[in-house]
Every structure is written in C-alpha cells, then in structure tokens.
Design a protein around this ligand. Structure first.
Ligand SMILES: Nc1ncnc2c1ncn2[C@@H]1O[C@H](COP(=O)(O)OP(=O)(O)OP(=O)(O)O)[C@@H](O)[C@H]1O
Length: 374
C-alpha cells in the first residue's frame, strides 16, 4: 500500500474551541483525488480550512508525510499545498495575470521578484486553463467562472504536492467543468499531486474521485471508493432527500413523484419512456408503467417517478404473471400511451398489452415519432 502524503489522526475541527466534526480519519496519497461531499453547512470548508492551517485545530493531528502542520511554517506549507477558496480573494485593481503570478510567491525571495522560470510557469498555467486572453483584465471585474479559472491557474503554477479546492467548479459551465476535471486528472497522473476538494456535483464526484469522504453531523459518515459510497440509497440518507430522488447508478436526479390514482399506463423500454415520465411529472399526472426489465434504460426513471412499475426480472423474458399484473394495472388506469417503436420476442407481451387495450376500447395514444408509422 502507498504511504499516505496527507493523513489526519483523530482530528476534531470547529470554531471558538467548540468541535463541529470529530474523529476525522482521512488519508490521501500523491496522485489521488479525494472529495468531500455532504449537505450545506456540514463542515466541508471547515475541514479544508483546518487542514490548510487557516483554522486552529480543536484536537488531533494533520500530518504531511508524518510531519505535523504545527511544525510547518507558512512558507513551507505554501510549497506543499495550494488552496483555491473562491470567496477568499477579491482584490481590486489587480489584473488576472497578477493574481496568477501570486502562485509563484513561495518561490521568490520574499520581495516577490520573479525569475524567467517563474514567468514561464505563470504563462504555462494560464494556457492550461485557457485564460491567457484574460491576463490584462481587472480580476474583480471578471465573471465568477473566469475568476475560478484564474484561481486554479494560480494554484497550478504554485506547483504544490497537494491541491485543496473548495467547490472549485460551482460557477463553471459544463464545458469548463469538464476541462477543469481533465486538467486535474492530468496533474494527478503526470505530476503525481494529490487533490482534496469539496464538491456539490455528485455525478462528477462519483466519476473523478478515487475516494469520497461523507460529511454529516458531528462524525464522518463514510470514507471509501465511489462504489462503496454510491449504493444502497446512502446518498439519499446523507442529504436527507425527501422531495425527489437521486439515482446512484447514473448520477441523475428526479423530481418528486406525483401520487394518487394512476391516470395513464405507459408502455416504454430502451429509453423511449423517460422523457414521457418526466413530462407527466411536470404536468402533475400520476401514471404507472410496465412491463420493464429491471435492467432497462427506462427503469431508474420509472422507479423514481411512476406510481407503480410492473417489472420483469433482469435478463429474463417477461412472464405471463408479469403480463397479468400489467393488464390489470393498465385497465385500472383507463388509458395507455405507447412509447415503444418496435416489438420483438423479448417484449412481445407488451405488444399483447397494446392489442388488449385496443380490443377493450381503452384510449391509446402514441408518442409523436411513432404516430407516423401507424
Ligand atoms: N467563522 C465561523 N464561526 C462559527 N461558525 C462558523 C464559521 N464559519 C462557518 N461556521 C459554521 O460551521 C458550519 C460548517 O460550515 P462550512 O462552511 O464548513 O460548511 P460546508 O459543508 O462547507 O457548507 P456549504 O456546502 O454550504 O459550503 C456551519 O454551520 C457554519 O455556519
């Protein structure tokens, strides 16, 4: 096992001597990305601030390669860690390029005089996050997303062993979010730096993190790999989600299900139904659906949004028992929407369901793309 670069031992963090979170046991090796997730106000920033020595520890230890941060000077710590806390820095009358250059401060002689090498590193960092064209602009007049990228460039040219980032992508659009994470992955793979950050974007946290630390209440909920965290409804419990749901398999959220007697039965499958489910949810219409395999692409949205899902076992053909339940539910709904474009041997019982609805005079409608084919 790799020796951790950063380790906390029985750490308690908080304010004015009062612990907010206790017994934090966290470890991070070089080349690893560890993400803190948890509800608003849980203490993610407090942990990051404590590790970066901006907050006094209540008790316990923070160790960098077995050296306690208590024994590291500010300059020593600045050569090891770079911090991106967006809210901390909002200087007036300073350009974006000058903000980035502050990252080289720990390497200058104390007067802030830069050598050629420092200038090159500043330039490279700006190119990496694509802010060269912002270099002469006043920092305080940049958009929040542009500021975030400037602060990231500052951290990169600081050449740290560990990057501490507090919600680094909250203001970035989807293109820059993805670019940001690819820069982060390059840095961890090539330069072998470690990254400890807080994120609210759970889908991204699941994809980028080697390990995730869940912060809630006065103790750490779980610390483990994404596979260990994103399962068994743990995310819903961590955030106390009760209006809607978070789908752990794919990182999607769904709004709150519409309850009441289902007014329509949906025949769906292979991602033909999810948009219809969401449209009905927006219109406040309760519905049921089936027969859907438990491994169908529409199944997660169905489970989150439908009043009742008639589900068939994964990898198995639908059974006559599944059919009987579906027909009963379809009749009780009193109307049917068919989203399926094709029927084959696997879903022939859904075709039988459609024929049964027509034979019983139950109103049937088709999604627009199917109407042309009728
Ligand atoms: N300077 C302070 N003095 C006292 N309490 C504080 C101080 N700063 C933050 N807190 C409190 O500590 C708790 C944790 O705050 P923190 O900012 O660490 O949460 P967070 O998990 O980062 O939240 P968010 O996701 O909303 O950014 C909150 O209840 C907050 O009000």
């Amino acid at each position: 096992m790799k020796k951790p670069y950063l380790k906390t031992e029985n750490l308690s963090v908080g304010y004015q001597g009062i612990p907010l979170i206790q017994e934090i046991e966290l470890s991070l090796s070089k080349g690893e990305i560890v993400t803190l997730i948890g509800p608003n106000g849980a203490g993610k920033s407090t942990i990051l601030k404590s590790i970066s020595k901006q907050l006094r520890l209540i008790s316990g230890q923070v160790l960098f390669e077995d050296i306690s941060i208590k024994n590291l000077s500010e300059k020593e710590l600045a050569r090891k860690t770079a911090i991106v806390f967006t809210e901390r820095l909002s200087p007036d009358l300073i350009t974006a390029g000058e903000v980035v250059a502050l990252g080289r401060y720990p390497y200058t002689n104390g007067l802030g005089i830069q050598k050629e090498e420092d200038k090159r590193k500043v330039e490279e960092a700006m190119q990496l996050v694509q802010i060269t064209d912002l270099a002469e602009r006043e920092f305080s007049r940049l958009s929040d997303g542009q500021k975030q990228r400037v602060l990231l460039a500052r951290a990169i040219c600081q050449e740290p062993d560990l990057l501490l980032l507090d919600e680094p992508t909250s203001y970035l659009d989807v293109k820059y979010k993805l670019e940001f994470f690819s820069v982060l992955q390059q840095m961890t793979r090539q330069k072998k730096i470690g990254v400890l950050m807080s994120l609210h974007e759970l889908d991204l946290a699941e994809r980028i993190s080697d390990k995730i630390l869940c912060v809630k209440g006065d103790r750490i909920g779980r610390f483990g790999t994404p596979e260990e965290i994103f399962r068994e409804g743990f995310i819903g419990q961590l955030y106390d989600i009760d209006h809607g749901s978070f789908e752990e398999q794919n990182g999607f959220v769904e709004l709150e299900r519409v309850t009441g007697q289902s007014e329509v039965f949906i025949i769906a499958g292979n991602h033909t139904g999810s948009f219809v489910f969401r449209e009905l949810q927006r219109r406040g219409i309760p519905f049921s659906t089936g027969i859907l395999s438990e491994n169908d692409l529409d199944y997660p949205a169905a489970k989150a949004l439908a009043n009742k899902v008639i589900a068939g076992e994964a990898y198995e053909d639908f059974s006559e028992a599944d059919y009987a339940r579906a027909e009963e539910e379809m009749r009780s709904c009193g109307s049917l929407i068919c989203c399926q474009r094709q029927f084959g041997t696997h879903n022939r019982l859904n075709q039988k369901l459609l024929e049964a609805a027509k034979a019983a005079g139950i109103p049937v409608s088709y999604r627009a793309e199917q109407e042309d084919n009728r």
